[in-house]
Write a protein that binds this ligand. Structure first.
Ligand code: PHE
Length: 357
């Protein structure tokens, strides 16, 4: 029995895992284990021998069971220790790395403009950047021979050889979305349409691709006064000032009658741009009352409805608001520029929470 005890104590102490322990348990105290077989031999013993061997065998069985349980617990502890070591983690580290990019001023300003006009009841409309000649020109009262087509420095898409239909164009303004919105929704209507537009032009204040936001309001009693109020209200909210000076200058667009260009008072003193003071004026948008022919092209009866429309340069007003001097840098994808002028990804412009922070 001492040999048996020594043997199993040694084996149990050296067992590497639970499976090995289970094998030892079966081998020693299982139904056909060594101890169990010894117990069966008790029956063949004399009463005196049995009295002596029985308790010793039982004690040995208990001792082995105890050793198995202790070893099992020790193995479990070691496994837990190992896991805690392996799965260690520094909870004081920042949860996420700071994003490397920022929100581009054009995106930021588009969101700001949208928030302001949404507050005034304007829905957001969209149209394609590759536009039909009809939507971009004809429907807006710019027929084929009209000089405005040449003035716009239009990019034309190539047609297949032998295809004589007028080519598609990269839209030169967001005004075609006026037509698309009228045809899709009819009157009354109140939409803005921000998006990319294209003209073959490149200098400090012009890039071949830039951004506009179109505005269109159609109802039975819309006047220039509504246009003026909307634009002044917009400028106050957008530039986050109590007072802005706007100048409405008589102008001409084929798709509005009468038409006005709108300038904003500013000063460039000391190389920095200030709004609402000084003797300089910066043009920010074109506007007017929607031409009856344009309403008709949009399937709206010009004898029953009127509307105002405007088209504003998003990049322009972004430069103004955030003091960015060169438009070309907007599209250079220079990370240093973006880190300087960009906006935090989680700072969504909202009327109630402040537009820019
Ligand atoms: N589409 C004009 C432009 O790009 C702007 C404009 C829009 C003028 C709507 C009047 C009405 O210059």
């Amino acid at each position: 029995m001492d040999d048996l005890r020594d043997k199993y104590m040694r084996l149990i102490a050296g067992a590497a895992d639970e499976a090995a322990l289970e094998e030892l348990r079966v081998q020693a105290v299982g139904k056909k284990g060594e101890i169990s077989l010894k117990m069966r031999e008790l029956g063949k013993m004399s009463p005196d021998e049995r009295k002596e061997a029985g308790p010793r065998l039982n004690a040995l069985k208990d001792e082995i069971n105890g050793a198995l349980a202790a070893r099992k617990a020790a193995l479990g502890d070691a496994a837990l220790e190992e896991r805690l070591r392996a799965e260690w983690l520094d909870v004081t580290l920042p949860a996420r790395q700071r994003p490397a990019g920022t929100i581009h001023p054009v995106s930021q300003v588009t969101e700001e403009v949208t928030a302001i006009f949404a507050d005034m009841g304007f829905a957001v409309a969209e149209g394609p950047q590759v536009e039909t000649d009809w939507h971009n020109f004809d429907a807006l009262n710019i027929p084929g021979h009209h000089p405005a087509r040449a003035e716009m420095d239009t990019f034309y898409m190539a047609r297949a050889e032998g295809d004589d239909r007028p080519p598609h164009v990269l839209r030169t303004h967001t005004s075609p979305v006026q037509i698309r919105s009228m045809l899709a929704h009819g009157a009354p209507l109140r939409v803005i349409a921000p998006g990319r537009v294209y003209r073959a032009d490149y200098d400090q204040t012009h890039t071949p691709m830039f951004h506009q936001v179109e505005g269109l309001a159609i109802d039975t009693d819309i006047t220039m006064a509504n246009l003026k109020w909307c634009l002044e209200e917009f400028c106050r909210a957008f530039f986050e000032v109590d007072h802005v000076d706007l100048r409405f200058r008589a102008s001409h667009f084929p798709f509005t009658e009468p038409s006005a260009e709108v300038d904003i008072r500013c000063s460039w003193e000391g190389g920095t741009l200030k709004l609402g003071e000084g003797d300089d004026w910066l043009e920010i948008l074109g506007s007017g009352m929607v031409h009856p022919k344009v309403l008709a092209a949009g399937d709206i009866d010009p004898t029953a409805w009127q509307g105002f429309a405007f088209g504003m340069g998003i990049d322009r007003i972004a430069m103004l608001k955030y003091g960015i001097p060169d438009l070309r840098a907007f599209f250079d994808s220079d990370l240093r520029w973006l880190r300087h002028y960009g906006f935090g990804a989680l700072d969504m412009p909202a009327i109630h929470a402040g537009l820019s922070r």
